[in-house]
Design a protein around this ligand. Structure first.
Ligand code: MGD
Ligand code: MGD
Ligand code: MO
Length: 702
């Protein structure tokens, strides 16, 4: 890696390195891999192996979107894999649930007992068995392949995987027909970039490299974020919008585009359906109204509109931070229309990117991998992962169906990451709930399990990847043998299937076969040789329209949806004044830079950088409560309370506090984390969580 000797991108890079060959020494074997984490960047990895041990994890300098640089977290991936606290044998609970006391058992004993318990429940109603998984690994094979086959064959309840991106993802898909957008590399050519709801330096580092390149070439960067993030620090302008008001800003911008004659009417006429009624609605949003809703100045709204309308190419990097609020789906739809209104798509450095994952639909085959046909016509109920707190506590009813009797968790840490933790914890603590957790570590969730099964990490198993931030498919080859008795998720479900008597041939498919089934449309020889393959996508994909909607036009009001509008947060001064009298501060809980959701919180070198759970607060809000920097705070609302250290560092805007997440509860100050405060209310579109739609009050802890 040409930027810094360690190969670690701790600091902001100064140039995009040119491809350089990697030259392993004689006894060091190079294995091509992919970073498995839930991040838009999905880096291509070069893993150096010597004597059966990983000696180095580096970026692949030839992979165009990630160009050899790794984040601080993943450059320490070997440390995470070899961590002394890895779970390396199956564990069975001894003592009370949640006591955290386990004994090692053999795989045979664990799987025999689990299969027997599941069979007994399934004999009554398989829908009482609930899988719970998310993107702990984003691999298509270790994510949802054998596991999905297993649960489909069983007829278990289904899971609505909403915890992250449904509101924004569905909002953009409704508009463009899929989760598709600009190529990340082309942001180097943009002359204006709106970084909207994204702390790119923390969560989309390689995009940031391209944005920096653009900036050096004269581009203007504008950050739209309630928090003055590390990214905002480095932009030309920061608009510290109130949480959950992005839709009002988009409507204010549209107003200006209309009244100043800045619309690309030709692009709209050719490539957009349904603009006329939205045009009327936007005319009711003069900059004064928009600015008042967003907590910005009128001038900020006007100048942003002017810059956006008059600079080419103009690009938006939208990220999921703006959609974890009541109106997140509508806001994403409104923002997704902006590049259509000014014809920004005509240039490849213009347009918008929220997610690129929809591009991969053309080459992958989820049905071959997950086999929904194994449901054989059954339609089990679906439980929303964002309301697992409520649903674990629900009794059987005609509407809900059976009580949840068993929970199988893999690739997720719901006790730490799901909203309204008091209920999530109470649910997991139910003595009559049978819980199995496939994990690397004894997370907060694993602590509440009946069985913990040791899973392999990315260095120990095979997988194949897509990306939601670029347009390259990647292969991950196993670098080392599984540590201890760890097994890949696929193998654990294969062995469980055998014990359940599932003899369909698909349960015998190997991981190599699953890799091919996942991507029938790819050149697997090239994938193996190079580690990654670029998808064939036009440079300026919508220059002539060609969205993935039914008629190829962007949709203002797709079938089944209302005309997009600004929906204020559930919880804010303006929309819930009664609640705001008791809880006057809006809390957002964006990720701490050195954690990835709750992953890496247990890696000490990274936890030491973050220190402890922090709550950033504006000096005025602090002074009003006699809070000084470094004071221990109690943060609370009707749902609960948590302790955090006060940080008065200029990053919080008035009226908003930033509780950086997502800490493991047991490593926090009082055995809880920010999700003690967040609510299970759902977004307007997609039934997603509303982590950043949350009023709190703060007081000195006594
Ligand atoms: N280091 C690191 N990288 C990550 C992650 C991580 O936890 N750590 N998480 C990964 C995951 S799961 C995802 S989904 C992706 C994307 O992950 P996101 O969680 O979207 O990551 P951020 O880029 O931090 O974006 C959140 C930003 O949105 C801001 N924000 C909060 N509320 C609002 C609002 O109402 N409006 C606007 N405009 N902004 C708001 C926050 O202050 C924050 O800066 O990143 C991934 N990458
Ligand atoms: N307050 C608040 N809460 C949030 C967010 C926020 O911004 N604020 N962000 C939300 C978002 S965007 C998301 S995506 C969710 C993420 O929530 P999760 O998807 O639960 O992500 P992680 O917390 O990283 O937990 C993933 C777990 O999977 C395990 N794992 C990794 N690889 C494997 C594997 O190969 N096999 C097995 N069996 N396990 C594996 C890891 O060890 C880790 O414990 O959190 C959400 N929660
Ligand atoms: Mo996410």
């Amino acid at each position: 890696m040409a930027l810094c000797n360690s190969g670690v991108m701790n600091a902001i890079p100064i140039a995009i390195p040119r491809a350089i060959p990697t030259a392993p020494t004689a006894d060091v074997r190079l294995v091509r891999g992919a970073c498995p984490h839930d991040c838009p960047d999905t880096c291509a990895l070069h893993i150096s192996v010597q004597d059966g041990k990983v000696v180095k994890v580096a970026g692949d300098p030839n992979h165009p979107p990630t160009h050899g640089a790794l984040c601080t977290k993943v450059s320490r991936y070997a440390e995470r894999t070899a961590h002394p606290e890895r779970v390396l044998t199956p564990l069975r609970r001894v003592g009370a649930k949640g006591s955290g006391r386990f004994e090692p058992v053999s795989w045979e004993a664990a799987l025999d007992d689990i299969a027997a318990r599941l069979q007994a429940i399934a004999a009554r109603d398989p829908q009482a068995i609930q899988p719970y998984s998310y993107a702990g690994t984003m691999g298509l094979v270790q994510g949802e392949s054998m596991a999905a086959r297993f649960f489909n064959r069983l007829g278990a309840a289904r899971l609505a995987r909403t915890i992250c991106s449904e509101a924004g993802g569905q909002g953009v898909s409704a508009t463009y027909g899929a989760k598709i957008g600009m190529h990340t590399e082309h942001y180097t050519e943009s002359r204006l970039i709106l970084i909207w709801g994204s702390n790119s330096i923390a969560s989309n580092l390689h995009f940031w490299t391209f944005a920096q390149q653009a900036k050096r070439d004269g581009a203007r960067l504008v950050c739209i974020d309630p928090r003055r993030t590390e990214t905002a620090d480095k932009c030309d302008e920061h608009l510290a919008i109130r949480p959950g008001t992005d839709g009002a800003l988009a409507l204010g911008l549209m107003h200006e585009l209309i009244v100043h004659g800045w619309l690309d009417q030709d692009y709209i006429d050719r490539h957009v359906d349904g603009w006329a009624p939205l045009r009327e609605r936007a005319l009711a949003w003069p900059p004064e109204r928009s600015a008042a809703a967003c907590g910005l100045s009128v001038d900020q709204v006007q100048s942003l509109a002017q810059a956006y309308a008059t600079t080419r190419p103009a690009a938006i990097r939208l990220n999921y931070g703006m959609q974890r609020v009541r109106g997140g789906g509508n806001a994403a739809r409104l923002i997704a229309l902006l590049p259509c209104l000014i014809g920004a798509w005509r240039q490849r450095g213009g347009g918008l990117l929220l997610s690129a994952s929809g591009w991969f639909k053309d080459v992958k085959d989820d049905a071959a991998l997950q086999r929904p046909d194994l449901l054989a016509g059954r339609q089990p109920r679906t439980v929303n992962m964002s309301t697992i707190g409520n649903d674990l506590l629900r009794p059987a009813s005609a509407e809900f169906g059976p009580k949840i009797e068993a929970l199988i968790v893999y690739n997720s840490n719901p006790v730490a990451v799901a909203p309204e933790s008091a209920k999530v914890v109470a649910g997991f603590q139910r003595p009559d709930l049978f819980t199995v957790v496939l994990e690397h570590f004894l997370t907060d969730t694993a602590d509440l399990a009946d069985y913990v099964l040791p899973a392999t990490t990315q260095l120990e198993h095979r997988d194949v990847h897509l990306s939601y931030g670029h347009t390259y498919a990647l292969l991950n080859q196993p670098a080392i043998a599984p540590l201890g008795q760890a097994k890949p998720n696929t193998q654990i479900f294969r062995e469980l299937a055998a014990r359940m008597g599932f003899d369909d041939p698909c349960f015998a498919d190997s991981d190599e076969q699953l890799v091919r089934q996942a991507y029938p449309g790819l050149d697997h020889a090239a994938l193996a040789a190079q580690g990654w393959v670029k998808l064939a996508i036009a440079d300026a994909p919508f220059a002539q329209g060609g969205f993935k909607t039914a008629n190829g036009r962007a949709q203002v009001t797709p079938p089944g949806l209302a005309l997009p509008d600004y929906l204020p947060p559930y919880e804010s001064q303006a929309s819930a004044p009664e609640l705001a009298r008791r809880y006057p501060l809006a809390m957002i809980s964006p990720p701490a830079r050195n954690f990835l959701n709750s992953s890496f919180v247990n890696v000490k070198s990274l936890r030491d950088i973050e220190g402890e759970p922090l709550l950033e607060i504006h000096p005025d809000d602090a002074a009003a409560r006699a809070i000084v920097d470094g004071a221990m705070l109690r943060v609370f609302n009707d749902r609960g309370s948590t302790l955090s250290r006060a940080r008065i560092n200029g990053r919080a805007r008035p009226g908003v506090v930033n509780g950086l997440g997502v800490w493991w509860r047991k490593l926090g100050a009082d055995g809880s984390n920010v999700n003690q405060l967040t609510s299970q209310a759902l977004t307007d579109i997609g039934d997603g969580p509303t982590f950043y739609d949350c009023l709190v009050e703060v007081a000195l802890a006594t």
